[in-house]
Each structure stands twice: as structure tokens, then as C-alpha cells.
Design a protein around this ligand. Structure first.
Ligand SMILES: NC(=O)c1ccc[n+]([C@@H]2O[C@H](COP(=O)([O-])OP(=O)(O)OC[C@H]3O[C@@H](n4cnc5c(N)ncnc54)[C@H](OP(=O)(O)O)[C@@H]3O)[C@@H](O)[C@H]2O)c1
Length: 285
């Protein structure tokens, strides 16, 4: 949605939006498939399209970012490449989750948030808390294994109370602004705030940093597009691990809406209003 709004600028060469797809391979690399190994025409796969192009019947993906469905259905796979890999990368990579860690997830009912709560559990988190904008979303999000889900306004007191004043080891923040700033108030010593979005579209922050070095705390970032450009090999380790957790049933992607491709604008309107829950998919044919 923010790509469409132009928040991230115009990616080089992108003319069609859409960053994650599933489907069948119809062609490989050079005629005859030269240069591509481990994939074959007809394979059912998911792909992360770092340069967009997913809102289409045919998409071109770099072979390094194409993954076998591995037991996932095509529909679930289409909802997985970006959100699951991001949830895994932000937890295991940026936030360096360790067994027993306590995790707070903002936008807990969204596509990445709902997957991240389950992944955190699968990766050994001790307790997982979430914040959302409304009580209705809190009710919805509880199904993903959260210890508790709080309405975002006033989350600092709620998290402190829930953690006996200690705070959490990890905060996942795709929201930004005052939510990001307040997250440091619930960050335990040695804790990590992992930033991976700006959904609320606030201006960037000027952060006080004394509290970070005084308590060994870390502010860290995750960006899948940047990772795909700079270290696709690392991304290639995140994607199959997260996809296999989904295939095993440890993580469930909750597809709440399905739109025909020609109705993509309607899907965007719902996203822009912040009214979506779980994951919406576009059906191409
Ligand atoms: N860094 C990366 O590599 C990466 C990869 C994928 C996604 N992302 C980012 O991560 C965020 C979550 O992605 P997603 O796929 O989970 O999206 P999503 O399902 O649409 O969730 C986004 C959530 O952001 C919250 N939000 C807060 N302020 C909002 C506003 N002004 N307008 C709309 N939503 C608002 C909403 O939750 P509440 O109603 O609870 O506030 C909404 O459910 C997005 O910002 C996306 O850009 C980053």
C-alpha cells in the first residue's frame, strides 16, 4: 500500500506493483534453462519479487528468490513469500530472538504481525504480547498465540503490568512515531527494538540514545528489499525456514480476504484505511 502511495519512492524499473507471488514456472532463464539449477518448468513455487511485478498473470523473478511450495497450497504460498520471510528475518535476524525471550509485536493483527506471533512461539519465545488499534482487532489477534493483545494507546502501562515491570526483550515495530518512541519505555536491559516499517506514516524520529548504551539495548532495522539486493544468500536461508514452519502447521497464514486482480484498488482502499486483518490475497485467474 505504501509503495502505491509513493512513500518509498519509485523503485528503479518497477512499472507493476506486487512483491510476492505463487504459481507455476513457465520458463527458466536463458532458453533451455541455462544458468538456473534446482528449479524446473511446471514446479509450483513462491517468489519474492524485489522489483515488483506481481500484479500480473506472468511475473519474472530472480531464481535466487524462488522457493518450492514445499507442501503449502498455492493460495497460502501466495500470501507467504513476503510476510513470512519478513516475520522470520526480523525476529531471527534483526532481533536475534533467543529461547525464552519476551516479545512485543505492534500491528499484531496484520499480515506480518499475525505470522510473527506464531513464529516467535515456534522459535522459543517465552511470552508474546501484541498491540493493535481497536478492541475488535485485539479480539481477532488473540487466536495467533499472544499472551495478551492490548489496544495501542496506553500499551506502556499494560506491558509493564503484564511483565511485572521488567518489560520485554524484543519489540517488533512496523508502526513508527509515538509508538516507536514509547517502545523504549518497555524495553528490558539487553533488549532489541526491531524497526521494519512506517505504517502510521509519521515523520521520522530523533531518538534519545543514552538509555540504549546504559542498558545494553539495541535499535535494529530490517528491510527485505535491501537484504535481497545486498545479501540474497541470507534471505535464502530465512525464506525456506519460515515456509517450512508454515507447511508443518506451526504457523498459519490467515487469509481473510480474496480479491480478483481487477479489484486490487478495493483491496488497497481497505489496507489504506487500516481496516484489514490477517492477510488479503489477489487471485489472478
Ligand atoms: N521492512 C520490510 O522488509 C517489510 C516487509 C513487509 C512489510 N513491511 C511493513 O510492515 C508493515 C506491516 O506489513 P503487513 O503486510 O503486515 O501489513 P498489514 O497487514 O496491512 O498491517 C499493517 C498494520 O499497520 C497498522 N497501522 C498503523 N497505522 C496505520 C495507518 N495509518 N494506516 C494503515 N495501517 C496502519 C494497522 O494495524 P493497527 O490497526 O493495529 O494499527 C495495520 O493492520 C507495513 O508497514 C509494511 O510496509 C516491511
Amino acid at each position: 500500500m505504501q509503495h502505491r502511495l509513493g512513500d518509498f519512492g519509485q523503485p528503479e524499473g518497477e512499472t507493476v506493483t506486487g512483491l510476492e507471488v505463487s504459481g507455476q514456472i513457465v520458463g527458466l532463464g536463458e532458453p533451455g534453462g541455462g544458468g538456473v539449477s534446482g528449479l524446473a518448468v511446471g514446479d509450483a513455487v513462491v517468489a519474492y519479487l524485489s522489483d515488483g511485478g506481481g500484479y500480473a498473470e506472468y511475473a519474472v523473478a530472480p531464481a535466487s528468490l524462488v522457493f518450492p511450495l514445499g507442501g503449502l497450497g498455492l493460495r497460502t504460498g501466495g500470501a507467504a513469500a513476503l510476510v513470512l520471510t519478513t516475520a522470520y528475518g526480523v525476529l531471527a535476524g534483526a532481533a536475534r530472538i533467543a529461547p525464552g525471550d519476551t516479545v512485543l509485536i505492534h500491528a499484531a493483527a496484520g499480515g506480518v504481525g499475525s505470522a510473527a506471533a506464531q513464529l516467535a512461539r515456534a522459535l522459543g519465545a517465552g511470552a508474546v504480547y501484541g498491540t493493535v488499534s481497536t478492541p475488535e482487532k485485539a479480539e481477532y489477534a488473540r487466536r495467533f498465540g499472544y499472551e495478551a493483545v492490548f489496544v495501542r494507546e496506553g500499551f506502556v502501562d499494560a506491558v509493564r503490568e503484564a511483565t511485572g515491570g521488567r518489560g520485554v526483550d524484543i519489540v517488533l515495530d512496523p508502526v513508527g512515531g509515538p509508538t516507536r518512541l514509547a517502545s523504549f519505555d518497555v524495553l528490558a536491559p539487553f533488549g532489541r527494538v526491531a524497526v521494519y516499517g512506517e505504517a502510521a506514516r509519521h515523520p521520522d524520529l530523533h531518538l534519545p540514545v543514552l538509555a540504549l548504551w546504559k542498558n545494553n539495548r539495541t535499535l535494529t532495522g530490517y528491510n527485505i528489499g535491501d537484504l535481497a539486493r545486498r545479501d540474497p544468500a541470507l534471505l535464502r536461508t530465512h525464506a525456506p525456514r519460515s515456509l517450512s514452519l508454515a507447511a508443518s502447521g506451526a504457523v498459519r497464514i490467515d487469509i481473510t480476504d480474496e480479491y480478483l486482480l481487477e479489484n486490487a484498488a478495493e483491496a488497497h482502499r481497505v489496507l489504506q484505511a487500516g481496516a484489514n486483518r490477517g492477510k488479503a490475497v489477489l487471485k489472478v485467474s
